[in-house]
Design a protein around this ligand. Sequence first.
Ligand SMILES: *Cc1c(COP(=O)(O)O)cnc(C)c1O
Length: 394
Amino acid sequence: MTSHIMPTYARLPVTFERGEGVWLWDSRGDRYLDALSGIAVCGLGHCHPAVSRAIADQARILVHTSNLYSIPKQEELAKTLSRLSSLDSVFFCNSGTEANEAAIKIARLYGHRRDIALPQIVVMQNSFHGRTMGSLSATGNPAVREGFAPLVEGFLTIPFDDIDALHQVATEHEDVVAVLAEPILGEGGIRIPSTQYLSQVREICDQNNWLLMLDEVQTGMGRTGKFLAYQHSGILPDVCTLAKAMANGLPIGACLARNKAAEVLTPGTHGSTFGGNPLACSAALAVIETLESENLLSRATRTGNYLLNQFSKKLDANPAVKDIRGQGLMIGIELNRPCKEIVMLALEQRLLISVQAENTIRLLPPLTIDDEQTELMISTTCLVIDQFTGTGPR
Ligand SMILES: *Cc1c(COP(=O)(O)O)cnc(C)c1O
C-alpha cells in the first residue's frame, strides 16, 4: 500500500485503536503497556475520564472563538498556571516549538529594548527545542539542523551542564540577552545536570541582565515529581515554555513569563489563531485539577524512586548497562552500545519505549501508573535489555 503521508517518521509496524490508562490496544486486539505516554503527552494515561469529560462538555458549548475576544477558560488556565509556576503571565499557542518561538521573540524584543542590535541567545549542545526555523536553529543537535541552512542567526551553543563555558560567554560576548535550556535534556538522552547547575545559571543571568528561559515542554506538568522541574532547585526562570502533557493529548502550548520578561510582548507583536481556545483550555484545566486531586506529583516521585532502585538492583549484573538515571517519571537507562533495535524487541513484548541519543532507553510512563503495572514495566524492560545485550554485538 502506498502511503500519502510524507515520510517524516519511520513508523513502527503497529496501529493502535483504543487506549485506557497505561494501556493501548492494537488493531488485532493485543494490549500494550505504554511506557512513553505518547512521548510525554498523556501524563494522566490514555483517555483519562476527567479529561474526556471536559473535552466532551466543552465541545457541546463552544469550541473556538478567537483571541479577538476574551476567553474565560483561557483566563482561568493562565491564573492556575501562574499560581503553580510563580510566574506572572502566559501566552498560549499550540505546541512546544511554538512556545519556544514565543520565548525567542521575547528575548529578541528584550534585547532590542536595551539597544542591543543583534541579540544572542545561549543554547546547549544536545538540546531539543522543536522543528520550526527558530526552535530548530536553537536546537543543539546537528542532525536536526542538517540540511536546513540558512538557519536563524543569534544563537551561541555551549556544552550543557558546563558552568565555566557560560562564564566564558559572559566575558567574551556583549550581545547576549538570554539563556535557553532544558532543565533535563529529554530528546538528548535524559541528561540530568549537577544539582547546583540551574541556580548557578540563574546567578550568571542575574549578574549580566540576561533572561533565563527554561524549556519545560517535556519536564513540565509534573513529569519530574514537581509541577515544573525548576522547582527542584528553588529558582525562578524569567520565561518557561510548556506543551506536551498540558492537555493530555489535545494540542496546546504556553510561554510563561515573569517581571520584565512578562511586559515585552504587546498588541501586534505576537499572536496565534488557535492558541488557548476554549476546548484546549478546558482539557488543560481538567489535567491540572486531576494532577492535584489525585496527588500525582508525589506519586511520580515515589514511583520514580522505586523504578531507579529496582532497575539498579536488577540490571546491576549486566555489564552492558552503563548508567541508570532519572527524576520522577523521566527515566534513562544508558547502554554501552547503540540500541535502537531494542524498541522493536520491546514492541514484541507489548511494551512501548524509545531510544534517545543512540544508546539510552527512555521511559516516560503515565503519572497514574499503578504498582502492578510498574512491576510489569520493570520486568519487561529488564527482559528486553537482557535479550538485547545477550544477543547484540559485543
Ligand atoms: C517535544 C519537545 C519540543 C517540541 O514540541 P512540539 O510540540 O513537538 O513542537 C520542544 N522542547 C522539548 C524539550 C521537547 O521535548
